[in-house]
Write a protein that binds this ligand. Structure first.
Ligand SMILES: [Zn+2]
Length: 433
């Protein structure tokens, strides 16, 4: 992704730098050639050239671009598990991902880490974004997911004679586990997404207390992935599934719904981050009836919501790390609603706005393994910045309203918000490879 050239000065706002430190009032961020060169009081601002781009934060907030830590680029208006896989052909889904990516950027998310996708689309979406052909967050790709036969993601009955190869590798045993990871290595992904446990969405055979992979399979995934420098994460709701993942050497836990003290100790021992993705549960409970979800599924989502809130609090208060992401792309939890996760954590879980913003910026960047490049407003980091007309510490829900964004910058370039010019500019031939 190209960096802007020249100098940009963002002033007239409070700076929330993403580290968890209190806001700095009347502060300035200066970006030079795409990277942050000054963050601090307006009074100490260095001299800048007269032709600098000037952004007025209107007395609002200047913060790091947000990081969606559990992004499903290929989900679109999902109403049932089957829709994750065969609702649309891959050609159409590929186009939809560029729409989702652009929307995420417009919503202030300058980076996102995939939580799994159909075929290998996110790897190529990432390339298109990096080459400035498609507007979107800086991506970490996951490609296809891994689940054991008969588990949560293996829902097609045998008589239909259709597999799951677009979305998931269905494995039986450690040899299959290694084979699946090796295929992902060749695909060029960064995060291997697995299914150690079931979910409320599948109440009969694979509910949220069911295990969907063996420890041996999970361990084989980790050993193979780590050998090739890939990271491993997994959909972990059941307590035993969380512990299996942590003992197998997982690098992140998705959901971490039912954490007991032993699971917490295992998590803290290696400082493994967790992405709870709770607003999805809330939306499933609230809008489930409207979308025809069976009552037993809604009850399961309520149980995972309650358990997830307790576990997230437990992790944060014990000094653990949480990323903010939310399984967006379902009919009742559509792309574009990403920041509802942040509001939910302040208003209904009990985090402070500063804590939530740190989770959604610094920790997100750490999960992506790119904390040296972005996630906080510090000298030397990329100019990935969100400028908001309003005090997000007083009312975090302002982040849900794109119309309040003065500018969304990536590498110092204004990509979205009130000050953005239409995207894309004309693509020149030499950039099409
Ligand atoms: Zn997910």
């Amino acid at each position: 992704m190209k960096l802007a050239t020249g100098v940009t000065v963002i002033s007239n706002g409070q700076v929330v730098d993403g580290t968890g430190k209190p806001a700095m009032q009347d502060s300035v961020v200066v970006i030079k050639d795409g990277k942050i060169s000054y963050v601090g009081p307006a009074a100490g601002k260095p001299a800048v050239p007269p032709d600098s781009v000037r952004i007025d934060a209107k007395g609002g907030t200047i913060l790091p671009g947000l990081v969606e830590a559990h992004f499903h680029a290929t989900y679109f208006n999902i109403a049932a598990l089957e829709d994750l896989d065969i609702k649309y052909p891959v050609e159409y889904v590929s186009l939809l991902t560029s729409v989702n990516a652009r929307l995420a950027l417009e919503c202030g998310y300058t980076a996102a880490r995939s939580g799994g996708c159909l075929f290998n689309i996110d790897v190529w979406l990432k390339k298109a974004i990096e080459e400035d052909l498609v507007a979107g967050p800086r991506l970490s790709a996951s490609g296809r997911e891994i689940c054991s036969a008969g588990g949560l993601m293996d829902w097609n009955p045998e008589f239909r004679k259709i597999g799951m190869e677009g979305l998931v590798f269905i494995i039986n045993g450690v040899d299959d586990a290694r084979k699946a990871v090796r295929a992902l290595v060749k695909d060029g992904i960064e995060w291997v997404k697995t299914y150690p446990t079931g979910d409320a969405a599948s109440p009969d055979a694979n509910d949220h207390h069911t295990l969907c992979m063996t420890f041996e399979e999970m361990h084989a995934v980790v050993a193979t992935a780590h050998n090739h420098k890939l990271k491993v994460t997994g959909h972990c709701r059941a307590t035993e599934g969380i512990k299996n993942a942590l003992r197998a050497g997982y690098d992140c836990i998705e959901h971490g719904t039912f954490m007991d003290n032993e699971a917490l100790d295992l998590m803290l021992e290696r400082d493994v981050p967790c992405v709870p993705a709770l607003y999805f549960e809330k939306a499933s409970v609230e809008l489930g009836p409207e979308f025809g979800l069976p009552q037993c599924v809604i009850d399961g989502h309520q149980e995972t919501l309650d358990g997830g809130i307790q576990s997230a609090l437990k992790i944060l208060r014990a000094g653990g790390r949480l990323g903010m992401g939310g399984d967006y792309g379902f009919g009742w939890n559509p792309h574009g609603d990403y920041a509802k996760e942040l509001t939910f954590f302040v208003k209904e879980v009990g985090f402070t706005p500063l804590e939530v913003i740190m989770c959604a910026t610094k920790t997100g960047a750490q999960i992506m393994g790119r904390e040296d490049e972005f996630g906080t407003l510090e000298v030397g980091k990329l100019g990935d910045v969100l400028v908001v007309d309003g005090d997000v510490l007083k009312d975090i829900s302002i982040l849900e309203d794109r119309k309040r964004f003065v500018a969304v910058l990536q590498g110092g370039a204004i990509k979205a918000g009130q000050l953005a010019k239409p995207f894309p500019t004309v693509i020149k031939d030499e950039r099409v490879r």
